[in-house]
Design a protein around this ligand. Sequence first.
Ligand SMILES: NC(=O)c1ccc[n+]([C@@H]2O[C@H](COP(=O)([O-])OP(=O)(O)OC[C@H]3O[C@@H](n4cnc5c(N)ncnc54)[C@H](O)[C@@H]3O)[C@@H](O)[C@H]2O)c1
Length: 274
Amino acid sequence: MSVNPAIDFSGQVALVTGGASGLGEGSAMALARFGAHLVIADQNADNGERVVEAIRALGREALFVATNMMEPEQISAMVASANQHFGRLDILVNNVGGGRPVNFLEQSANSINRHISLNLLSAMHTTQAAAPVMIAGGRGGAIINVASTEALRAAPGYAVYAACKAGLVSFTKTMALELAEHNIRSHALAPDMIETEGLKPLLNAVSPAELAARDRYIPLGRMGTADEFGNIVAFLASEMGAYLNGITLPVDAGATAAAGWFRSPQGKWCLYHG
Ligand SMILES: NC(=O)c1ccc[n+]([C@@H]2O[C@H](COP(=O)([O-])OP(=O)(O)OC[C@H]3O[C@@H](n4cnc5c(N)ncnc54)[C@H](O)[C@@H]3O)[C@@H](O)[C@H]2O)c1
């Protein structure tokens, strides 16, 4: 361990699921900026190839593997291709996920299963396929699971999505222990409002007044960017975070800390509004 650690992934290989846009793209680009080669697993080939080109423009190697992350066999094949191409794996970002709003009592069995496949099982299957490659390398590494603020609070209309994200936080803690002997650190991130394509349906469904109110419940007063999210992924995966393991970090500009506190239109913090 260096006395002056740095964020330097030179020679390392990172795999980012759902890496073709949004938080996955932000994570991949940040890891690449700090020296990593990248594997992008996503079902969107156009966006995937675009991200791969952007990574290559930084002078890193990048591989896109078209993958439906809800299919365990495709996940195993994707990790095998990545290993065949690069021969090592140091960082895994289990980022893929998403959900559609629906009242739980009206949610079909098929929709429940799909939410669980995408938001929880995909991370489990990917970890099961990728961790042995990391272990075989003998160099340690980091696994970052992208959960959500919804893992930490209620989420009307997103019951199954939120339960999966809470499951991902629990899974992260157990992996932090089971993989510790290999010096593989596991973390969960809990973003709240980061501007991405995936968040657009949610934002489009609310009125301008509600949108203005949103910036008053976020203490820093604005949504985050995918690049800001990626920087946090890079820090956690790096030697700078070598003594962190098993944490769940809110990436929310203080929204979890606010826990109901709200800035009035006049700028005063209050608990009740209306
Ligand atoms: N954006 C936010 O503010 C926010 C907040 C909380 C949690 N999250 C979580 O962050 C992660 C990324 O969210 P985002 O906002 O960047 O989403 P996004 O919709 O912008 O991007 C998701 C990516 O995943 C890919 N994808 C979706 N389903 C797939 C599948 N079955 N197989 C392979 N690829 C698939 C998409 O093609 C896309 O490239 C998700 O797990 C989401 O739940 C995001």
